[in-house]
Design a protein around this ligand. Structure first.
Ligand code: DP6
Length: 324
């Protein structure tokens, strides 16, 4: 059977940075995110008797390194479904990968939903999330809808994501400003390994559960300014971790800093906007929908044109149109 799934990317409000189990991809801490409506991956999968090996085409290209990780994930699914056929996988992002935008969350979420169905499995949201996590940690948060929490479980069965609120819960806009043209320098899996060398990381971990509690409080009360301040300081803390690991990782580019400063300036003009940044140079600016027009005007005034406007959206789902 040929099946196709679409999955959104997600931006972390409380970040996943560090693992307590490398192989199972169990995170060192829980995290919270929101799904992004305009950064999606569509993936079609078909298991076929006539194939001698897996065929993986991502954004029109055969990339050995990316394919290897996809094949490992297909092996997990084959094992679960008790099948041995190889698969043809065609995957397409709706955003330019050349921009270095992370696609592993949407990519592994779409692959998990499409490939499990194609293999004849009918998994629950929780089971899909557990499986997606093993492909790429943050992918487990692209399975449920809207505002999502990834639970800090001690075992594979308890480390999965669930929806805290549906997408319509809060009219937020998330504007992803692109800040550079190349693929990102240090991959997340590698970057996280360097935490072993970081003297500040234990301090981060000792405060993280309090942060998660606060984030949930602000979400529940829709307290935008407290919410935004926490989102922003959490992003800066993630980058404090990368900067103080050994060897250090500087994900920012000049434009990253320009946009961070601009966000602070816009705020001084009484427009409540806040930024967050994952392990790359791009800046996500978050505001309430009612302030989006003003924010876009301000970006235009600074000649910032390379951005993608998102709102919270549903998680990964099966769709009809196949890619081959
Ligand atoms: C900075 O999910 O890409 O975006 O599990 O090693 O594939 P792996 O890592 P990945 O890490 C995402 C890190 C982050 C923060 C976040 O999304 O929570």
């Amino acid at each position: 059977m040929k099946t196709t799934a679409v999955a959104p990317s997600n931006i972390a409000l409380i970040k996943y940075w560090g693992k307590k189990d490398e192989k199972l991809r169990l995170p060192a801490n829980g995290s919270i995110s929101v799904n992004l409506s305009n950064l999606t991956t569509t993936t079609t999968v078909e298991f076929r008797k006539d194939l001698k090996k897996d065929e993986v085409i991502i954004n029109g290209k055969r990339d050995e390194k990316k394919a290897e990780r996809v094949m490992k994930h297909l092996d997990r699914i084959r094992k679960k479904a008790k099948i041995s056929d190889y698969a043809r996988v065609v995957s397409q992002n709706n955003f330019p990968t050349a921009g270095g935008l992370a696609s592993s969350a949407s990519g592994f979420a779409a692959l998990t939903v499409a490939a499990t169905k194609a293999a004849g499995l009918n998994l629950s949201e929780k089971e899909l999330s557990i499986l997606a996590r093993q492909g790429s940690g943050s992918a487990c948060r692209s399975i449920p809808d809207g505002f999502v929490e990834w639970l800090d479980g001690e075992t594979s069965e308890t480390s999965h994501a669930l929806s805290l609120y549906p997408p319509s819960y809060w009219d937020l806009a998330i504007v992803v400003v692109l800040a550079g043209g190349e693929e990102k320098s240090v991959l997340t899996t590698e970057g996280m390994k360097r935490l072993d060398t970081n003297p500040f990381y234990p301090i981060r971990l000792s405060r993280i559960n309090e942060k998660i509690k606060k984030m949930k409080q602000y979400l529940s009360g829709k307290k935008f300014e407290e919410f935004g301040s926490l989102v922003e300081s959490e992003a800066l803390e993630l980058h404090a971790m990368t900067l103080t690991s050994s060897p250090p990782i500087i994900y920012w580019r000049p434009k990253t800093i320009k946009v961070m400063k601009l966000v602070q300036k816009i705020r001084e003009n009484n427009v409540p906007v806040y930024f967050t940044i994952d392990s790359g140079p791009h800046v996500c600016i978050i505001c309430e929908e009612k302030h989006l027009k003003k924010l876009l005007q301000m970006l235009k005034r600074q000649r910032i044109k390379d951005f993608i406007v998102n709102k919270p959206t549903i998680g990964a789902r099966l769709v009809d149109g196949h890619l081959f």
